[in-house]
Design a protein around this ligand. Structure first.
Ligand code: SAH
Ligand code: SF4
Ligand code: F3S
Length: 432
């Protein structure tokens, strides 16, 4: 049986997709390059915005073949959690499985082929991780989920409902997985969590530690060269974590710290539990210990009731920070979230206009950050082949894509002089 897993969402969703693939391979199935060639298609969905959610339904429709047959279809991910049986009402599928239950996918597939539709959106108390096979094939840069779920309940967001409460994976399980990732060829690990810096645990000598302690433990793992983490919340930037940015060599100078808005009234209405100045202060603190750190963020424009003046506060915050890169979105009302009932929706043309203005500024800053990098000498982790013969693409410490001509291998770290900048990437020359 050939399977194909298609992931639609955030990095954690991609990670879940990898773990499901490994599990299906472990069951003796063979990966297919695309959905058309597959006997089983797993749609690993995202519920964060309306567009992402709707995509699932059009995708299911497209899986029907010319002769009227279709592959077996499993809907996994956050839409599965949020819409459960409704999915089966709207479309013909075989399995619906939530993000905390996908370790049961093989059983559900069996159940579906014997008895028809199988739905599992439980959030079992015992973690799925314990029943997943160990990591075997990974790229130079790998994801590792260390924390899941969210207790913050921002008023616009579905994650606390689709992923459940904040849970930290145990220290030993994380170190084991990190070790197997390194053994499988990973040189960089990105620690994942919806609030990754809210991670807490107990280390091997019984001390209570936070993300910084975990990063320090991973710093001692030989064969691992780079550590990153995402997504962090401004309220969980502890002194210890900030200090780690100053003194842990493997911790890369990059911080993705979403802020959503630069206006205090909007931040309150979003239930972000931090103000504009708190955010600016956190960035200032990291920059003090790591002046070259690249800052990334997330923004939502057009939250219900957002005025032009309030939006301008977001633009001025962007100006003040100088982002190396960022993601920005139009507000999307999500069923079941408090903000969906606020009324005062911002008109669609205003949403478009604000997003466009914000993105123009963010792109300008990204291009500036890249241009300012020209002349720097840095290490680049080679991650994939480029389009031209002999070209490889890797990542700078600051998360920029760097193109080089090289006969080194994917997975190598090379010293590069950054020579040319485009808006979204850089070119460099290997230092010989
Ligand atoms: N846990 C992270 C990210 C959650 S989802 C955090 O706290 O920031 C990723 C991003 O999607 C969010 O940062 C936000 O910018 C965006 N997002 C979430 N819900 C949204 C909604 N209803 N409409 C538009 N964008 C949304
Ligand atoms: Fe969503 Fe807010 Fe939790 Fe991030 S912190 S996942 S935006 S509720
Ligand atoms: Fe989407 Fe779920 Fe991630 S809603 S953003 S896949 S946590």
């Amino acid at each position: 049986m050939r399977y194909h897993v298609k992931s639609f969402g955030c990095q954690m969703n991609v990670y879940d997709g990898e773990r499901m693939s490994e599990m299906l391979s472990g069951e003796g199935m063979v990966p297919a390059a695309n959905a058309v060639d597959a006997d089983l298609v797993v749609l690993n969905t995202c519920h964060i915005r309306e567009k992402a959610t709707e995509k699932v339904y059009s995708d299911i429709g497209r899986l029907r073949r010319a002769d009227g047959t279709r592959p077996m279809i499993a809907v996994a991910g956050c839409v599965a959690q949020a819409e459960g049986k409704e999915i089966a009402r709207r479309a013909k599928v075989d399995v619906v499985v939530g993000p905390q239950a996908y370790h049961r996918l093989p059983q559900l597939l069996k159940q579906a082929s014997e008895h028809g539709l199988a739905v599992d959106t439980d959030m079992p108390a015992d973690s799925k991780f314990a029943s997943l096979p160990s990591r075997k094939r990974v790229g130079a840069s790998a994801f590792l989920t260390i924390q899941e779920g969210c207790d913050k309940f921002c008023t616009y967001c579905v994650v606390p409902y689709t992923r459940g409460a904040e849970v930290s994976r145990p220290f030993a399980a994380i170190l084991d997985e990190a070790r197997s990732l390194v053994d499988a060829g990973a040189r960089e690990i990105t620690l994942l969590g919806q609030n990754v810096n809210a991670w807490s645990g107990t280390d091997d000598v019984g001390r209570s530690i936070g993300l910084a302690g975990l990063i320090r433990a991973l710093d001692r793992l030989s064969g691992l060269w780079r550590i990153r983490y995402t997504t962090s919340h401004p309220n969980n930037m502890t002194d210890d974590l900030i200090a780690a940015h100053g003194d842990v060599e493997k911790l890369m100078p990059f911080l993705h710290l979403p802020v959503q808005s630069g206006n205090d009234r909007v931040l309150r209405a979003m239930n972000r539990s931090h103000g504009r100045d708190d955010y600016l202060r956190q960035i200032e603190r990291v920059r003090q210990v790591r002046p070259d750190i690249a800052i990334s963020g997330d923004f939502i424009v057009g939250f219900p009731g957002e005025t032009e003046a309030e939006f301008l506060d977001t633009l001025s915050l962007v100006e003040a920070i100088g982002y190396a890169q960022a993601f920005s979105f139009k507000y999307s009302a999500r069923p079941g979230t408090p903000a969906a009932d606020l009324g005062h929706m911002v008109a669609p043309d205003v949403l478009d206009d604000r997003l466009q203005r914000l993105q123009a500024n963010l792109l300008r800053d990204q291009a500036r950050f890249n241009a300012d990098s020209v002349g720097r000498r840095c290490e680049v982790l080679l991650e994939r082949d480029g389009r031209k013969p002999g070209q490889l693409i890797g990542k700078s410490p600051w998360m920029q894509s760097v193109h080089v001509l090289s006969d080194d291998q994917i997975g190598d770290i090379v010293l590069v002089d950054l020579t040319e900048a485009g808006p979204l990437s850089l070119s460099g020359q290997i230092v010989t």
